[in-house]
Design a protein around this ligand. Sequence first.
Ligand code: GDP
Ligand code: MG
Length: 456
Amino acid sequence: LGRRINSAISSLNRSPTIDDKQLDAALKEICTALLESDVNVKLVASLRSRVRTKVKAALEGGADKAKEAQRRNVVQKTVFDELVSLVNPGVEPYKPKKGQSNIIMAVGLQGNGKTTTCTKLAVYYQKRGFKSCIVCADTFRAGAFDQTRQSATKAKVAYFGSYTETDPVVIAAQGVEKFRKERFEIIIVDTSGRHKQEKDLFAEMEQISAAVKPDMTILVLDASIGQAAEAQSRAFKEAADFGAIIVTKMDGHAKGGGAISAVAATQTPIIFLGTGEHLSDLERFAPEPFISKMLGMGDIQGLVEQMQEMAQRDPEKQKEVMKNLEQGKFSIKDWREQMGNVMSMGSISKFASMIPGLPDMAGSEEEISSKFKRMIYMTDSMTAYELESDGLCFVDMEKDGKTPIGVNWRAQRVARGSGTSVAEVEEMLFQYRMMANMAKGAGGKNGWIQAMQKMQ
Ligand code: GDP
Ligand code: MG
């Protein structure tokens, strides 16, 4: 998605003047990319007209050279801002409070990941000092209580359920009552999400809700349902008036557009994303990082967290990179160091999705890993001078010293030496530059370094 949007914008960028036709062509391309990412059709249409109006307004009042150079930024920034506002309904979700019983009820269709998410949530809050537990109010699915028992035991979280009681409302009320008495702080009620009749399902949810009086009801939504997210979330909103959304299976092939549509349709904030089957695969959701990741612009906060984790594992290696960053330096060597660290951590695809320019690097863990390896081979063929550089020595410039003509003999030598192609070297340089720009920007006063220090 990021790549398509960026290429639409750069084709706009290349044309000497910007007229309606060119702007429309670029917008059409951007909107097609959004539709293919499962953003709702109506949302895309209204986004298109808003972006158009804003861009035209921003570009009016003089087509001088400086303004021309900003065109790309205006379009990209407007698209970014519009998408962020779609996933940011401006509503604060409920925040559990210490020292009292916070009742959380999970709703959503069967298979969406409710039971898994309930355990993840319990673990999440338990880690943050809340005494947490789960009540299994799913009597529809055979083995539902066993599933809860197993995952709760694994997570070392208290649980409640029954093999004999058939009324989910009774179980929910009993469980909540018991845990309230025992002064649990986070009590999560898991529901079934299926019935022979849809209206029975909604009636059951209402009854459970009336019995346990949740402080927060969460809709658990499967990202892979794509365009169906809008209708499904609307239907649940009417029946169960949830105050937060958790989107699961973001690690799969889903492209996130469904999540955007669900928020826009219900004006309800997403609080977490499920990113895998393990108990720790739960990420806090924030609008800006989500959209910038989706657009291939990277996720600084996510990178900060990853870098912290690396720093804990190998403090010495990480120290050097951090020192350079503080001085606003991020050489190809620093970059290779980071890549190497990421490779040794495993889970490359997750990390790759946070790096600007990399999210479109489609493929399996092995494919991405082999791509990373090839990039490291390329750096092995570089001289010390090249490694310490910012990559510009690989590029020939026009006489003005600013406009790139193309890569030079150095890039050709690296390609030969590493058994790769010049195009691959070019791509590697591009990705290094994206990362370096982000790292340097983040190294500043309010950036990366600052954020890391705050978090420690
Ligand atoms: P429920 O019917 O809504 O309670 O759904 P479950 O919690 O039983 O989950 C259904 C399936 O989805 C299980 O196989 C889970 O392991 C899987 N699942 C849940 N969340 C995620 C996620 O974030 N990523 C992936 N890959 N799988 C998930
Ligand atoms: Mg379940």
